[in-house]
Ligand binder design. Structure first.
Ligand code: SF4
Length: 246
């Protein structure tokens, strides 16, 4: 990949959308619960589930540890897959209470790789959820890769396959960008915003600030590829696997 392509992408999105001030939560613990709840669902559904938890006074490690799993599942029902997500939240909270005395400061008091290893060892926490927790709750640099990121990079012609390995895609960003928490937070938030607003499953390329250099967008507008863009011709038909997860 050309050295500055990821920087150009970042600055174009930042100039177009402005700072996103992520993650949308009041506390690091709320970030963690939101990161679990947002698996395979839209954020508006997560917001309803979080509101239910707040109204019930349940949004704390001690409260969630004390609640029976079926009661928790009922509270988070709007987020979908509520039985599985209740089990995941209970597993996380149980670990936090038993291994760290319920204190996030204790969990987060380690370097990124050992924190990531610990999180990935918990039921229901995969790489994307772990990186969201590390980046937005712990405030440490771990770049998040999600379905929006995959779709945008593939359409721009920066990767060949949106199904590329998570670790390889993450390395693509971390090898081209300084290891800075604020930058990683803003970059991921901008990609999500762009994936929701313009680069949707059926993209709105006519309004997109990236259209002039986007392989997919140029084909949609029947424009010739730029002279320095050696990409293959992408399909115009959005693929089902490229659908956003939230
Ligand atoms: S031009 Fe179209 S396909 Fe390319 S990034 Fe913009 S919205 Fe997505």
């Amino acid at each position: 990949m050309e050295e500055n392509a990821l920087w150009r992408l970042y600055h174009t999105l930042l100039a177009y959308y402005g700072p996103q001030h992520w993650w949308p939560a009041e506390t690091p613990f709320e970030v963690i619960i939101g990161a679990i709840l947002t698996q395979s669902t839209a954020w508006r559904n997560v917001e309803r589930a979080i509101q239910n938890l707040k109204r019930a006074g349940a949004l704390s490690p001690a409260e969630l540890a004390a609640r029976p799993e079926p009661e928790l599942a009922a509270l988070i029902r709007p987020a979908g897959y509520f039985n599985a997500k209740a089990r995941k939240i209970k597993a996380f909270v149980h670990h936090l209470m038993t291994a760290h005395g319920g204190r996030l400061e204790s969990l987060f008091d380690q370097d990124v790789s050992s924190l990531r290893r610990e999180l990935l060892g918990l039921y229901g926490i995969g790489p994307e959820t772990a990186d969201c927790i590390i980046l937005y709750a712990a405030g440490q640099p771990s770049f998040v890769i999600d379905a929006y990121t995959r779709r945008i990079l593939e359409r721009l012609g920066l990767i060949d396959d949106a199904r590329a390995d998570y670790t390889a895609l993450q390395a693509l960003f971390t090898s081209h960008l300084p290891r800075e928490t604020a930058l990683y937070q803003e970059y991921h938030a901008l990609l999500v915003r762009h994936g929701k607003e313009l680069c949707q499953r059926i993209p709105r390329c006519g309004d997109c600030p990236l259209a002039a250099t986007c392989a997919f967008g140029r084909v949609r507008h029947a424009l010739p590829p730029p002279a320095d863009h050696p990409r293959r011709t992408p399909s115009l038909r959005p693929r089902r696997r490229q659908s956003p997860v939230r």
